[in-house]
Design a binder for this molecule. Structure first.
Ligand code: ZN
Ligand code: ZN
Length: 132
């Protein structure tokens, strides 16, 4: 599936998926203004365009945005070479919201009615350390 930023200077292509996650962590909410709708794309991602800025948001991850229009593009997990793309890039794709992570950091002023698997931050870290 193909996606693009608001101004169209950045195009991102990856394998088609309907799986969608939601991250409520404080960093995602500060970054996006709300929770991040996340498409786990693995490492099979093709990015074209030169208005991309990658920012080290932690020792193990980068976040990237288009320097022309400011669209948030992805979260990149360095040790796993794994891209988590923002769902808003893919306007033609129908997604199924299946999981919510960092549910313990979700503010009380919103909640989603979708039936999802919910994980706390601690459970997410345990999943990742189990993988390494
Ligand atoms: Zn742009
Ligand atoms: Zn997050």
């Amino acid at each position: 599936m193909k996606g693009k930023c608001l101004c169209g200077k950045i195009e991102i292509e990856t394998e088609t998926t309907t799986e969608l996650g939601l991250c409520h962590c404080a960093m995602c909410r500060r970054w996006s203004g709300g929770p991040m709708f996340a498409v786990h794309a693995g490492s099979n991602v093709t990015i074209s365009g030169d208005t991309i800025k990658r920012y080290d948001s932690s020792e193990w991850a980068e976040r990237a945005f288009c320097t022309h229009c400011g669209t948030h593009l992805f979260y990149y997990l360095k040790p796993n070479n794994e891209y988590v793309l923002t769902a808003g890039l893919f306007q033609d794709q129908d997604f199924n919201l299946s999981n919510e992570i960092f549910i313990d950091e979700k503010p009380t002023y919103y909640s989603f009615s979708n039936q999802t698997e919910k994980l706390t931050g601690q459970q997410v870290f345990e999943l990742y350390t189990g993988k390494e």
